[in-house]
Design a protein around this ligand. Sequence first.
Ligand SMILES: [Zn+2]
Ligand SMILES: [Zn+2]
Length: 315
Amino acid sequence: MNATDQATLKALTALAVDGVVAISTRRLAEEIGRSRTTAGTSLSRLSATGQIEKLRRGSGLQSSRYRLLTEKANQQESLTRIEASGISYAGVRDLFRSQDLYGAGRLWEAAPKGRLFTVTEIVGWNVTRSRDSARLQLMKLESLWIPLAESQADLTHSQRHLWMFLDMTAEDERANVDHLSALGGRSQPRLRVDLEWQHLWEQERNLARLGMERYAVVAERDILPRATRDEQAGCLLYRERVNASGYGTVYPDHWGIGAHRVVWWAERGRVPAGHDLHHECQVRTCVNVEHLTVMTRAEHIRIHKQLGLTLAECA
Ligand SMILES: [Zn+2]
Ligand SMILES: [Zn+2]
């Protein structure tokens, strides 16, 4: 943004009440110390770049009204930043991360907000299987602490209801999550942070089972000598025992542990909390640490999406 536009935006912000400002180009020109033409051009540019919205065109001495969109733009920008940083866990909001609310969440995410729809129209989006399941999800959204859907009588059909999906702020989500958590039960959302903890805990438990010194021994004695090299791809394939998910697995204490994990622990040390090991070669029996990459769970999910793999097939 150039200096003139910055000055214009600053002046508009200073004069705005509830994000709306009424101002003539003459007044604005005085405020920013530029010509009326320059002030007018600046307003057009801010409007074209979506930073302000013209609500009413002025005429003669009458002021035009503008809504400042910068707040919204800033919010959007920070949302984009959060998404880019990979904080979001598989793109599912915390609120919808429970068995009970997953379907409702999918429907809400897909729905245009603030417009009225019939159930038939909603079923037509192909997010829900049937009218009954659509109604069920809608009722779940309606019964939240801060509702995300509301129904109203259809004036043209007395038997019919229309539904509107409502927007949700981060505060709304927080309030709903707190409410459901307080209720307990199946609807209780699983928070990102809890999942990270669970992940860390499982890793710690595996390390404890194997014993801190013994994993190096297991890798050297039991895994690497029995691995065969795939000369072409460079993979080290451990196929002595393969678990149901297709991973080479060792059972030092009756508990199965991924062979690739044990070799990684032995050669590279622990995997940091909240991180996964990803097989770059996509071969799950491969124990070549050169083919493994440590990455955050969010990054891992992103890559698997790109590759068209689920995380259960954690290649
Ligand atoms: Zn490999
Ligand atoms: Zn992976």
